[in-house]
Design a protein around this ligand. Structure first.
Ligand SMILES: Cc1cc2ncn([C@H]3O[C@H](COP(=O)(O)O)[C@@H](O)[C@H]3O)c2cc1C
Ligand SMILES: O=C(O)c1cccnc1
Length: 355
């Protein structure tokens, strides 16, 4: 299933030169903080002392989830196709922010529970109209899993073949915080109480019901596979409790890393996609830029598990790729300081080792 991915760590060839270049900019050592680690990471990924993030693209994967039948979201499933139309017509948060930064937006239907009309911004790669309700049966077949992964791979290939040099990923799918929490529980071996959060705005009772649905679903899957979840491989985990848009995004992240291009991770759901991708190929993590820390409860512990240093913390709890696009100006600034800032030598400024 995942044999196509053999992801190498970014090159270390320029590590010393990159650090030297960053340290010799006209600023106190380390003073540009997170921008310095971003510039270093981009330089490693692009194997260059100058970096280019001038051709970004936002790809939003959309899909529906059978498990919403268990009452795990505040909103009805119809909102998924309605929001996809809103993305296409420029009215969603991610659309507005992409327009602000002149970043092209592509929406990919991998499993929306509605027939969608053709639209230039829409890629139609529907695997099915929704996953199965995984509290009752496996979420998907291995064939469906493969189609979801390949949808992500194909969209990334398409973008990179057209010169894109920075990818940003987002998602839309009512119920997908439940799916993400369930995947996180299985991937990290934690209690569902620790991974379930409010999503679109559940109250405490709703969150504890969501945790119960997750616990029941994982028990069902353990019984059906005859294996404790700690022993599931990536394929089993995805088939049992995955979501189409989350797995398409994982495929996209893996392909982006395979082709040595950095990608921006949005909030909680995207971080779970990365955690899954990391189970397939650990080095994928090194190509990820973390946009922000979401207000979804489990995002902080997930970011810690990924050793991630997010750029922003704005109390967002939206998804769609909204945090990813908001972080783009900072990523641009990281590239610009590395490329264009003067060095102590070129600007004739005295540096600081005279003590
Ligand atoms: C109008 C609206 C726009 C959204 N845009 C993103 N999401 C976000 O909320 C959903 C996940 O939350 P839950 O698991 O609680 O359903 C996802 O679709 C996510 O992208 C939205 C949700 C709504 C209602
Ligand atoms: O952080 C996220 O990705 C998120 C949080 C709440 C709702 N939808 C998405």
């Amino acid at each position: 299933m995942f044999e196509q991915f053999s992801i190498e760590a970014p090159s270390s060839l320029f590590n010393q030169d990159l650090q030297h270049k960053i340290d010799n900019k006209t600023k106190p050592l380390g003073a540009l903080g997170v921008l310095e680690s971003l510039a270093f990471q981009l330089g490693r990924i692009q194997t260059s002392l100058t970096v280019d993030v001038s051709k970004p693209k936002m790809i939003v994967f959309a899909g529906d989830h059978g498990v919403v039948a268990q009452g795990v979201s505040l909103y009805p499933q119809e909102v998924t196709p309605q929001m996809v139309m809103n993305f296409l017509h420029g009215g969603a948060a991610v659309s507005v922010f992409c327009a602000q930064h002149k970043v092209p937006l592509q929406v990919v239907d991998v499993g929306v529970n509605a027939e969608l009309e053709d639209h230039p911004l829409l890629a139609k790669r529907k695997v099915a109209f929704a996953t199965n309700d995984f509290s009752q049966a496996p979420a998907m077949t291995s064939q469906a899993l493969s189609l979801a992964i390949q949808a992500g791979v194909a969209e990334v290939d398409n973008a990179l073949d057209n010169g894109v040099n920075l990818l940003m990923f987002g998602e839309m799918g009512i119920g997908n915080t439940c799916v993400s929490s369930c995947m996180m529980t299985a991937l990290m071996g934690i209690d569902p109480e620790q991974s379930a959060g409010r999503g679109t705005g559940l109250d405490e009772g709703g969150v504890s019901k969501k945790a119960q649905v997750i616990a029941r679903s994982l028990k069902r899957a353990e019984e059906q596979t005859g294996l404790p979840m700690a022993m599931w491989d990536a394929q089993t985990l995805a088939e049992q409790v995955g979501g189409f848009e989350i797995l398409a995004m994982a495929g996209a992240m893996l392909q982006s890393a395979q082709r040595k291009v950095a990608f921006v991770v949005d909030g909680f759901i995207c971080s779970v996609a990365l955690l899954f991708a990391q189970k397939v190929a650990p080095h994928v993590r090194e190509y990820a830029i973390f946009a922000h820390q979401s207000n979804e409860k489990a995002h902080k512990s997930l970011l810690d598990a990924l050793h991630a240093e997010p750029i922003l913390a704005l109390d967002l709890r939206l998804g769609e790729g909204s945090g990813a696009i908001l972080s783009y100006p900072i990523i641009q600034s990281a590239a610009l300081f590395l490329n264009n800032m003067a060095s102590f030598e070129s600007a004739g400024v005295s540096d600081g080792d005279n003590i």
